[in-house]
Design a protein around this ligand. Structure first.
Ligand SMILES: N[C@@H](CCC(=O)N[C@@H](CS)C(=O)NCC(=O)O)C(=O)O
Length: 223
């Protein structure tokens, strides 16, 4: 039996969604973020030394990194579904988006979270205006332009085809759902980018997405 080590309000939601799309049975083991630090509990480190979610156990194998998990599940249980055939241009795009989601799209979104929160954290009152200035500098000089660059790029790519890897829905769309959802929550994505907005509406309407929400419980993106 596959076990998904699921942290609340996290990337592991998309692993539940992938398993629902594939119709593969699985068990959910829940872990709750610390209410103050938002970090995962130490119990996750018993599963994998980094203690990050998602983690999937399948027999003796423990798989970490959502891109690697998606690749593993589609290869092992997909029976040709949710990935374009090997050797096609769509397959190359599919592989690209599987990596791009965590390797390129998420870092500026994480920086935004950190620099938005930084001036609100505990610190001596005298330091707060200085910290606020630094955070504004980093956001304005790097983070916000990077977020715009990525959103413009993703919007243009969805102008080439309905889904990220081509005309068919694939697991690359599941992997990309997290950066797109985070962008909508805190990265400046709104309906002025109609292709990305329609992408969100389409994925949210999928029955497997809804079933995954029922299995995973409340899913609020951190702000
Ligand atoms: N690139 C990794 C990121 C894993 C990651 O940072 N997961 C977050 C959840 S969204 C986490 O476990 N955060 C809690 C912590 O760092 O303690 C992946 O895609 O699996």
């Amino acid at each position: 039996m596959i076990i998904v080590h699921h942290l609340n309000n996290s990337r592991s939601q998309r692993v539940l969604w992938l398993l629902e799309e594939l119709g593969v049975p699985y068990e959910v083991k829940r872990y709750e973020r610390d209410a103050k630090t938002m970090l995962a509990p130490a119990a996750l480190r018993a599963v994998h030394p980094l203690g990050k979610s998602p983690l999937v156990s399948d027999g003796d194998a423990v798989i970490a990194e959502s891109g690697a998990i998606v690749d593993y599940l589609v290869t092992r249980y997909g029976e040709g579904r949710l990935a374009p055939p090997p050797g096609t241009p769509e397959r190359l795009r599919y592989t690209y988006w599987l990596h791009y989601a965590e390797g390129s799209a998420m870092p500026p979104l994480l920086m935004k979270l950190i620099f938005d929160r930084m001036p609100k954290g505990p610190m001596p009152a005298l330091m707060r205006p200085i910290v606020r200035r630094i955070a504004e500098r980093v956001r304005g000089g790097f983070v916000d332009p990077q977020l715009k660059l990525h959103l413009d790029y993703q919007e243009a790519e969805l102008g080439r085809s309905q889904w990220f890897a081509g005309d068919d829905f694939t697991a690359a769309d599941i992997q990309m759902s997290f950066p797109v959802e985070v962008s909508a929550a805190r990265g400046g994505l709104d309906a002025t980018r109609p292709k990305l907005w329609a992408f969100l509406e389409r994925i949210h309407a999928r029955p497997a997405y809804q079933r995954a929400l029922e299995r995973g419980g409340r899913y609020d993106i951190l702000r």
